[in-house]
Design a protein around this ligand. Sequence first.
Ligand code: G3H
Ligand code: 13P
Ligand code: ZN
Length: 334
Amino acid sequence: MLVTSKAILEASLQGYKNGKPFAVGAYNVNNMEQAQGIMKAAKETLSPVILQMSRGALKYAEDKYLRNIIMAAAEVNPEIPIAMHLDHGNSMETVKRVIDLGFTSVMIDGSLMEDSKTPSTFEYNVKITSEVVKYAHDRGVSVEGELGTLGGFEDGVGSGKEHLTNPDEAVEFVEKTGVDALAISIGTSHGAHKFKGEAKIAYDIIEAIRKKLPDTYLVAHGSSSVPAELVEIINQYGGQMEHTAGVPMDMLLKATQYGINKINVDTDLRLAATAAARKFMAENPSKFDQRDWSGAAREGIYLEVLSHMKAFKTAGHAQEVPNWDLEYMKAQYR
Ligand code: G3H
Ligand code: 13P
Ligand code: ZN
């Protein structure tokens, strides 16, 4: 079943308010095997799930192939609430394009300019985000904005300069834009190299923002755990990854207890797929059917997402998400 992020994240917010916090993972999808691996874990654990696509993903797989892969996931899994979400949208043009494709949820990352690298001003961020909110809400689509900037340059997303979110600015931003969800900068960054020393999350910032914005869904980007065992497998079978560091799962669960509702994970799926494919190829040097190593990668993704769904306590919450249709969602925004 295809739903908005709002429908899914409201269940998480209610969990927090009732003293049973859980977060929903938003996993990046670029192809069929990734979508299948994620959905196998969601089905097995009865977890609601956000399948998110970056502009890079839409370019790689082509808009309609990717849209139809997600539609297939929804058709095959009617019992699982799925949001079809744009990750790090950079302009009104991209937002219109994906809403035309049938996306139920968009992120406009106005913390950076359209190049997704240069930090923007607060005023620019408010302006672009408000325009997107107006356009998307009129069409029943939910919106995630971002305030504060993540460190790191990985994947072409990020300014390289960390700027943690200011809680008072967050209130002003949400009031002025009307976003449903807010991505906040709390010390994490994209990619496999997040910390030089010990991993740190600014729990005090989550706590302050949660207190001031009790009804806004809070989002943590750059939240892969970068499991050492996956990096070890990659390196054992010919990879060369050095100095990797992620956010340990127990810290993410703690962030959920402070009020985070959505946790973005991409790098861990990349690692899981690469580890499984490298291992498969090294152990089966004579095989050359793509289905063999792509199938191994799909299984690796399934196992990784399964561990996230359990760690974030998403498992078992699928049935709490209300049934959704477009008219219902439009009414939510009137
Ligand atoms: O935040 C970035 C995501 O990991 C997507 O990365 O733009 O390389 O698809 P990508
Ligand atoms: P990771 O690189 O930590 O997986 O973060 C992904 C992300 O934030 C996608 O928006
Ligand atoms: Zn991100």
